[in-house]
Design a binder for this molecule. Structure first.
Ligand code: NAP
Length: 449
């Protein structure tokens, strides 16, 4: 395949303006100078999980947004927000007018807990719960009831830890974050004293990263508690060194939690291991969850038949995510990604991020995906004189759709910063209508498109 100046007209659409989309855009811009990249996003705002997934008390993690902003300021990159694939546009339409399409739309749905009672009121998936406290427009109306003393979080990954922290941190600390206004008001009236984080395997199998776990030992007026009975002697010698170091650190942490005095703080985060959800109890809404004790044999979780229950008024399942299907494209058997061959779905169609590899890794993990796909596109795709944005714009206008560009986003951002309480970085607007009103006020001519 020939390269050189022909890249000046390579037109690429990336669908999804979260970390995976931005890293792919940056890598394309670096590898194929002169190409035109359009980042299409269903929300009026960019940054995906940086805004709606990363916990509000982890503002340092969110600072990657500044790097993405530099990417967005490139003259050959365009943000096209408030445009949703399969609602406003078909994938085939994009493929017709762009040389390559990269799907970066993540895995936004919760894996369902398939047990009796799991549909009772008061049981939420992490995606909706995290979206609620992060002001995601899809989940702004969740309105969870925090009037009981107990809450249960099912799953032993970092998302479970985020939720446990947000539910227990003193409100005065949350006030200096960009947590949703509705969430801080709800949490301010919370009666929760005990948040149980329950894993179906043992402490050494937990997927928590040690920095996130250690953080729980330093929260104000919150004590993390574990049971010494559930602690293993140590880590097996056969475990590879890197993994072993991580497990040893986590074990040290859990041992410290096992020595903590549960009465030393107003709120507790209690770890329970080797317990798998059995059924949810309640009449109109959740009142308790029953677990079955487990043991792990050759990597499999085996039920022992021994049951116990934890009273609670709230359950959040943090047990992984499912992909949103795209057109007729096939999902993997696990339903958490699209079937793909190392990022390629078919000629001219690529996938990155969670939609490529499933919901795993940190934000920076997406950088390698982006670089790899940009290289594949450089090698495999030649510009074919396609119209790119000129045709997209025409299609959107003909449907009366109002898309947002990066200056619209900056107007929304300015309004969010102005609306913030003292000491908070911003107050996110959970309403798309409100965001579009801000854009319309900024540029009435564009708004009437
Ligand atoms: P995760 O790390 O894959 O953890 C999912 C947990 O759910 C596992 O403990 C899993 O247990 C459990 N689980 C799955 N199905 C279950 C079932 N039916 N019943 C009971 N338990 C079940 O997923 P995550 O916490 O959603 O995190 C997703 C990714 O985002 C991870 O890579 C994570 O590190 C990352 N993340 C990072 C941060 C951070 O760095 N601060 C914050 C949030 C998320 P098994 O192990 O037995 O399958």
């Amino acid at each position: 395949m020939q390269h050189g100046n022909e890249f000046s007209t390579l037109k690429v659409a990336i669908v999804g303006a979260g970390p995976a989309g931005f890293y792919a855009a940056e890598a394309l811009a670096a590898l194929c100078p002169g190409c035109e990249v359009d980042l299409i996003e269903r929300l009026p705002t960019p940054y995906g999980l940086i805004r709606s997934g990363v916990a509000p008390d982890h503002q340092t993690t969110k600072s990657i947004q500044q790097t993405f902003e530099q990417t967005a300021s490139r003259s050959n990159l365009r943000f096209v927000g408030n445009v949703e694939l399969d609602r406003d546009l078909k994938l085939e339409e994009l493929a017709d007018v762009y040389d390559a399409v990269v799907l970066a739309c993540g895995a936004p749905h919760d894996m369902k807990l398939d047990i009796r009672g799991a549909t009772l009121k008061g049981v939420y998936g992490a995606s909706e719960f995290v979206g609620w406290y992060n002001a995601h427009p899809d989940h702004a109306n969740l309105d969870p009831d925090l009037s009981a003393r107990g809450a249960v979080i099912i799953g032993n990954g970092n998302v479970a830890l985020d939720i446990a922290r947000i539910l227990t941190r003193p409100v005065r600390e949350l006030a200096s974050t960009d947590i949703a206004e509705h969430a801080i008001q709800c949490i301010a009236g919370s009666k929760l004293t005990d948040v149980h984080v329950v894993g179906r395997r043992g402490p050494l199998d937990a997927k928590f990263t040690s920095v996130e776990l250690q953080e729980l030992g330093h929260l104000q007026d919150v004590v993390a508690v574990a049971s010494s009975d559930q602690m293993p002697e140590g880590v097996d010698d056969g475990v590879p060194p890197r993994e072993r170091r991580a497990k040893v650190k986590n074990l040290e942490c859990f041992r410290a939690f096992a020595e903590a005095d549960p009465a030393s703080a107003s709120r507790r985060i209690q770890f329970q291991f080797n317990a798998r959800p059995y059924n949810v109890l309640g009449t109109d809404r959740v009142e308790a969850v029953r677990f079955e004790r487990t043991r792990v044999e050759n990597g499999s979780v085996i039920g022992t038949g021994q049951l116990f229950r934890i009273p609670c008024g709230l359950i959040v399942t943090a047990i992984g995510y499912r992909a949103r299907p795209v057109g007729e494209l096939a999902l993997s058997e696990t339903k958490d990604r699209l079937r793909n061959d190392d990022g390629r779905i078919k000629p001219g169609l690529y996938v990155v991020g969670w939609l490529k590899r499933g919901p795993s890794g940190k934000i920076g993990t997406n950088r390698a995906d982006g670089e790899q796909i940009a290289e594949r596109i450089r090698v495999e795709v030649s510009p074919a004189g396609k119209p790119g944005f000129a045709a997209l714009q025409q299609a959107l206008r003909s449907r009366g759709l109002r898309w947002t560009d990066f200056t619209d986003w900056k107007a929304i951002e300015r309004a969010e910063i102005e609306a913030a309480a003292e000491g908070a970085p911003r107050r996110k607007f959970p309403s798309i209508d409100r965001m579009l009103q801000i854009c319309a006020a900024k540029s009435p001519a564009v708004a009437s498109l």
